[in-house]
Write a protein that binds this ligand. Structure first.
Ligand code: AMP
Length: 305
């Protein structure tokens, strides 16, 4: 694995690996997996999907200050370059791009990206500037690293919707691939922030996935009203501080009253100082409802190793 810190080195390293690997065949040359590090099985699943579908896998590792609207959250965000580079190499990453903030942003720059209406619901109002920060950094990565495919988790459902929309609106010649949410063995969605919780907080946090599970069963039993589904989620308990629970359109993140199209049921809640998000995806193709609850690990996550 090559470790590089500039956009131009990352492009040359990926091109070199591509040519060394024989080039030509295969649907995609370079697959990109953007991350903020402190890797867990969620990130590794994106890497393995990219590994299967692309000749070269570039992973970016950058804790983007512009997408944190609370500076203490940025300061507390877990970081360990040694750990991440070992895990990335084991998972089959070819190029690890770990830029400095001066490589990512120039003091003189003036361009911003406004994601528009997809950023006005759920995560948008409560985290001013968050999606603009994500949009800017993802645009730089999509434009600057030469990938043909980029992999993002369904765990961040609204972010995935926003990135798909942006790549389409801006005509990026890149396929955005959404990958299932990976969960710890008790159902808690994997997040680098999980290591910041105490044992009691972690136990309380299970209310989120349990609530979503209850809503999944209700949907499979015929419940179609957003109100009914959201009520199932929050009925799981009040040890977490619920911020929102909403049913939203997969296409534009607009809020829905009825489950009648591809959508996701998204929840945000805080436990102590840690804010968590989770969701279920509903697919409705062919008139049948399919609920994507993600994938549950069989053993404890590598986050705790
Ligand atoms: P992050 O490092 O948290 O910014 O996440 C980097 C990428 O990994 C994003 O596309 C996330 O949606 C994805 N991701 C984070 N957690 C999970 C998870 N539990 N399952 C699947 N993908 C995830």
């Amino acid at each position: 694995m090559r470790v590089v810190s500039t956009f131009s080195e990352a492009r040359s390293a990926a091109t070199e690996v591509y040519h060394r690997s024989g080039g030509e065949e295969g649907p995609a040359a370079i697959g990109l997996v953007p991350t903020m590090g402190f890797l867990h099985e969620g990130h590794l699943s994106l890497i393995s999907q990219a590994r299967r579908e692309c000749r070269v896998v570039t992973m970016s590792l950058y804790v983007n200050p512009r997408q944190f609207n609370v500076s203490s959250d940025f300061d507390r965000y877990p970081r360990s370059f040694e750990r991440d580079s070992q895990l990335a190499a084991q998972a089959g990453v070819d190029v690890l791009f770990a830029p400095s903030t001066s490589e990512m942003y120039e003091p003189s720059e003036s361009t911003s990206i406004q994601p528009g209406r997809v950023a006005r619901t759920m995560e948008g109002p409560g985290r001013p500037g968050h999606f603009e920060g994500v949009a800017l950094v993802v645009t730089k990565l999509l434009a600057g690293l030469g990938a043909q495919k980029a992999y993002f988790g369904r765990k961040d459902a609204q972010q995935l919707t926003m990135i798909r929309r942006m790549a389409r609106d801006l005509r990026f010649p890149i396929e955005i691939v959404g990958c299932p949410t990976i969960r710890e063995s008790d159902g808690l969605a994997l997040s680098s922030r999980n290591v910041l919780m105490s044992a009691q907080e972690r136990e309380a946090a299970l209310e989120i996935s349990r609530g979503l599970w209850a809503a999944a069963l209700a949907a499979e039993g015929g419940e179609r009203s957003a109100e009914g589904l959201c009520r199932e989620v929050t009925a799981s308990g009040d040890r977490v501080a619920w911020e929102y629970v909403e049913l939203a359109d997969q296409d534009d993140a607009s809020l829905l009253d009825t489950l009648d199209r591809p959508s996701f049921l998204a929840a945000a809640a805080s436990v102590g100082k840690v804010r968590l998000i989770d969701n279920l995806f509903f697919d409705t193709r062919g008139g049948h409802l399919a609920v994507d609850r993600g994938i549950v690990l069989e053993s404890p996550s590598l986050l705790y190793r």
